[in-house]
Design a protein around this ligand. Structure first.
Ligand SMILES: NC(=O)c1ccc[n+]([C@@H]2O[C@H](COP(=O)([O-])OP(=O)(O)OC[C@H]3O[C@@H](n4cnc5c(N)ncnc54)[C@H](O)[C@@H]3O)[C@@H](O)[C@H]2O)c1
Length: 360
């Protein structure tokens, strides 16, 4: 009898810093996939990650792609390198899973769109907060029509990034390599969730500042934006990295029937006097499979993967991307699904730069 072994598919990680550790653990959790290669221009980091997972370590992406020939490439490098690296891997027909932000400027956006269009590889983007139990619960509420029409929303991110966060890194805090600060790096997930619920952005008027790290960083530690979405819906966005600690982001939607707060682990509904409306008491609302676990169970499941204040949904996000590769289905979160967020983010930066409203 001949036993046919299922083929093991090869994945690789480019950039072996902080977030690569989370990606490696997520790849290890994918059946039939092996982490075959890792690359970092700080070779020690590549060697250390490679040893942990039995992957070959390389200095550059080019060398790795050439020797290992991985099917799937995870891009976990500094912001300015995402697009050139993804475009090259896509040109070679590889599947690419890329960390946020997808682009740092308009020019990169055009390059990335062209690269996706002309490749047989699929680009998946890491917006893991879309998999938070709270996001899924809120989406389910809206799908059932329980909150009614959304009239407006606000997102507030108050985090702490001190001088050392920038001085110990060779790319953060620099406009050319990070592309921006509080918005593009820390609060882009919250802008993404706000936009997911409020709809299509039409225009943005924004202000940015560097309050607490003058002469240390070139990028903003505060971004404020007034956003008009279609159907007269207004979004108010505020992000700072000058706070004294990292607090969970506030994402709150004002609707016809109630206010809905999208927390990481749950959606909280309140009436207009501030009284909580318990989801368990809503006849219509049944948790879907993804959200049926209690907040405690979810927290336990995701505890080892990522910091909770920036959302611990990497495993779900990466698993969903891998299942789209296996099933030949469209990627769950690609350029098409994040178009509004990317274009809004670029419009907010442009508005803050020129001091005028910008059409998205
Ligand atoms: N999804 C999230 O919530 C989340 C959380 C943290 C970080 N990130 C993103 O992940 C990316 C990496 O962040 P990080 O905190 O791990 O940064 P990091 O600085 O710890 O790691 C980046 C690594 O890339 C390596 N590198 C730089 N140039 C390279 C090159 N040309 N070839 C190969 N390797 C190279 C660096 O040596 C470093 O080890 C960023 O885009 C960041 O925004 C996302």
């Amino acid at each position: 009898m001949v036993t046919v072994m299922a083929e093991i598919r090869k994945a690789a990680i480019i950039g072996c810093g902080n977030i690569a550790q989370v990606h490696a653990a997520c790849i290890a959790g994918q059946p039939g996939i092996s982490l075959a290669g890792v690359a970092d221009t700080c070779l020690e980091r590549a060697v250390s990650l490679g040893e942990k997972y039995g992957a070959e370590a390389y200095y550059t992406m080019e060398e790795l792609l050439d020797r290992v020939k991985p099917e799937i490439v995870h891009i976990c490098t500094p912001h300015y390198l995402h697009v050139p690296m993804a475009a090259e891997a896509l040109r070679q027909g590889r599947q690419v899973f890329m960390e946020k932000p997808p682009v740092i400027n308009q020019e990169q956006y055009t390059i990335l769109k062209d690269a996706v269009k002309s490749s047989k590889g699929k680009l998946g983007l890491c917006f893991q907060n879309r998999y938070n139990p709270g996001t899924l619960a809120a989406m389910r509420l809206f799908a059932l029509g329980i909150p009614g029409r959304v009239k407006g929303g606000r997102a507030i991110v108050s985090w702490c990034r001190e001088r050392e966060y920038y001085t110990e890194s060779d790319w953060r805090g620099n406009r050319k390599t990070e592309g921006g600060g509080a918005l593009i790096n820390q609060a882009v997930h919250s802008l993404d969730l706000l936009t997911l619920f409020l709809g299509k952005p039409v225009s943005a008027e924004a202000v940015m500042a560097n309050h607490h790290l003058k002469n240390v960083i070139e990028v903003e530690d505060m971004m404020e934006a007034y956003i008009q979405y279609e159907e007269g819906i207004t979004g108010c966005f505020y992000a700072t990295t000058a706070y004294c600690t990292n607090m969970p982001p506030i994402i709150e939607l004002h609707c016809d029937n109630m206010n809905v707060r999208v927390e990481e682990m749950k959606a909280v509904c309140t009436d207009f006097s501030g009284e909580e409306i318990k989801l368990s008491e809503m006849q219509e609302f049944k948790f879907s499979d993804e959200t049926s676990a209690s907040p405690e169970e979810n927290k336990k499941k995701q505890a080892s993967l990522g910091k909770s204040y920036w959302g611990a949904g990497h495993m779900d996000c990466i698993t969903d991307y891998y299942s789209s590769l296996l099933s030949e289905k469209a990627v769950p979160i690609g350029l098409k699904e994040t178009k509004d967020t990317i274009e809004l983010m670029l419009a907010i930066y442009e508005s803050a730069r020129i001091g005028e409203e910008v059409i998205v």
